[in-house]
Design a protein around this ligand. Structure first.
Ligand SMILES: *[C@@H]1O[C@H](CO)[C@@H](O)[C@H](O)[C@H]1NC(C)=O
Length: 323
């Protein structure tokens, strides 16, 4: 990053969500609670899918990894935002800002590919049920996760490579609660028009292509079950409804922010909350409240951790039931 050596901006000022004192205290409480729920909910999913053998299937393997992405996604900017609600000077160092840009594109890029992998998993399960176990074997699952991280990494490194040429020599107020790339680029002293186009094209290609892959896999699944039975249709639809909700809430804001980036709207920073806070909380809600297997395992985990005196008794019962 030697090109940015002569920049005089050593830190950025984040304007945050609001400047009203009362509102900030309300946000502090609200987002702190939300953040705790996100971390606990997603940790619970990871513990459930890794520890319980009834959940050892490709779908839950990918779900566990989605939860991991969610924890990362919720953690790169939200804790700082929460602390900032209480501080007068909401500043972030130059390198902190670059780190936030790096992580947001790494995690969002990866999460997009993980969502496509989960849709592909449902496609194989519903449209090619007889080949499910051969297609979605351990190697495929691991490959899908590795590809997600690799796509996220390539995406974020290319975004940063467009940005390093810029120099920042004065204006340093970012009107958001984290260093959002389109807003940071606008502060550059040299003409950033080409950079903005490159950033948009890069994000646009990734989000629109993964989005169309998702939509087409859902359409293929629905058309396939349409010809089977209405019971199959209802079952597939209830599974897909959960996926579709995540996809709309996640991609909607991403596409809105990055496809109309030349004018930044005040609503952009509200939309950014969707993919940093609301999507990560959706998975635990959707997958634990709607899914019978998951609920059973959550019940077991709760019984194990919340009622320690009964543990010995339970394993005794488990031992008896083996005979
Ligand atoms: C996520 O993927 C990795 C690598 O493929 C795997 O080892 C891990 O168990 C997965 N995580 C969960 C929670 O399923």
């Amino acid at each position: 990053m030697d090109n940015t050596n002569y920049s005089v901006v050593s830190e950025f000022v984040l304007l945050g969500l609001s400047s009203s004192r009362e509102l900030q205290i309300f946000y502090f409480v609200f987002f702190s609670m939300l953040y705790i729920v996100i971390i606990l909910g997603n940790l619970l999913i990871i513990i459930a899918v890794t520890s319980d053998s009834s959940l050892h299937s490709p779908m839950y393997f990918l779900l566990g990894n989605l939860s991991f992405f969610d924890i990362c996604q919720a953690s790169f900017a939200t804790p700082k935002m929460i602390v900032d609600f209480l501080s007068e000077h909401k500043t972030i160092s130059f390198s902190g800002c670059i780190a936030q840009i790096f992580f947001i594109h790494l995690f969002t890029g990866g999460e997009m590919v993980i969502l496509v992998s989960m849709a592909y998993d449902r496609y194989v399960a519903i449209c090619k049920p007889l080949h499910y176990m051969t297609i979605m074997n351990q190697t495929t699952c691991t490959a899908l996760v590795v590809i997600s991280w690799a796509v996220g990494l390539v995406h974020t490194l290319s975004q940063l490579s467009f940005t390093v040429k810029l120099s920042f020599c004065g204006p340093n107020e970012v009107d958001s609660f984290f260093c959002d790339l389109p807003r940071v680029v606008k502060l550059a002293c040299i003409d950033s028009y080409i950079t903005e186009i490159l950033i948009v094209v890069n994000s646009g290609i990734l989000s629109l292509s993964t989005f169309s892959l998702l939509v087409s896999s859902y359409v293929i699944i629905l058309v396939t079950v349409w010809f089977k039975s209405s019971a199959a249709m209802a079952k597939a639809f209830s599974t897909l409804a959960a996926h579709i909700m995540v996809v709309v809430l996640f991609f909607g804001p991403c596409i809105f922010i990055y496809v109309w980036p030349f004018t930044t709207y005040p609503v952009d920073k509200i939309l950014a909350i969707f993919y940093t806070v609301f999507t990560p909380i959706l998975n635990p809600i959707i997958y634990t409240l709607r899914n019978r297997d998951m609920k059973a395992v959550m019940g077991k985990i709760a019984a194990h951790y919340l009622r320690p005196p009964k543990v010995a008794e339970m394993s005794f019962v488990a031992r008896i039931s083996l005979y």
